[in-house]
Ligand binder design. Sequence first.
Ligand code: AKB
Length: 312
Amino acid sequence: MKHTILIIGACGQIGTELTFNLRQKYGSDKVIASDIREGSEDLMHSGPFEILDATDYDALEEVVAYYEVGEVYLMAAMLSATAEKFPERAWNLNMNSLFNVLNLGKEKKVERIFWPSSIAVFGPNTPKDQTPQHTMMEPSTVYGISKLSGERWCEYYFKKFGVDVRSVRYPGLISWKTMPGGGTTDYAVEIYHEAVAGNTFNCFLKGDTKLPMMYMEDAIRATLELMEADAEKIRIRSSYNLAAMSFTPKEIAQSIQQRFPDFKVVYEPDYRQAIADSWPNSIDDSLARKDWGWTPEFDLEKTTGEMLAHLS
Ligand code: AKB
């Protein structure tokens, strides 16, 4: 295996933390960060960086050849809320970047690929509680349609061309280093920033909207554990269900109020409510646990403790 790793979308919410983590593990010069724009000072100074448009196959191929890349993490995507505003742009970015990376795998130019899917692959007809790995899908959002199509292509490229592509269906991700952008679950990050700033939080979802969520440290660990697992253990080549906790805006507010008793939330649901309503309440991730030993470490209380400690 060639040992250089390329992260596409390294300046985003997951990409930033993944880059720092992989650089700590394998050495800075072994991890090439790339994005369509520059990121934070910290990221830019932590190792090699390339401006790269993931929809441009030739540019991608050039970076892969130059650095002798063996592994690619494709983290660039347009998320659910923004994708509803720009459906064609979302489809082009989410699908073309995936095709480009899968084709690098097919041409044997890279050896292993990570591509994130999402709970957005499920839809209004999916069973809402403990949603199984294999079930009715029918996503009703642009983002969900692109992620479900992407999953089918990943499995196809694995079966047809032997491409070693691995994936998890991330729930909403909570982190303090980099803000998320354009997602429906973003409220669960914004709420901590407002609480620490002493502001009232205007929540764009109803108080009783339950969604699957995960603290970033768990998400990064899951990603690396899946990528390090022996190939024969990975029985799902579309994307694994992955879970840690589920809560509502009211419940996260209450967990913050235990430390900030005066914190207030006003509920003003907007178009993102319909997106959230089409997604599961909770996820059955027993196959990830069984196949490659997944176990989450952060529940809501621990997440709130970490978020408030880091942001305060
Ligand atoms: C979003 O809200 O769009 C994302 C996701 C659940 O994939 N965070």
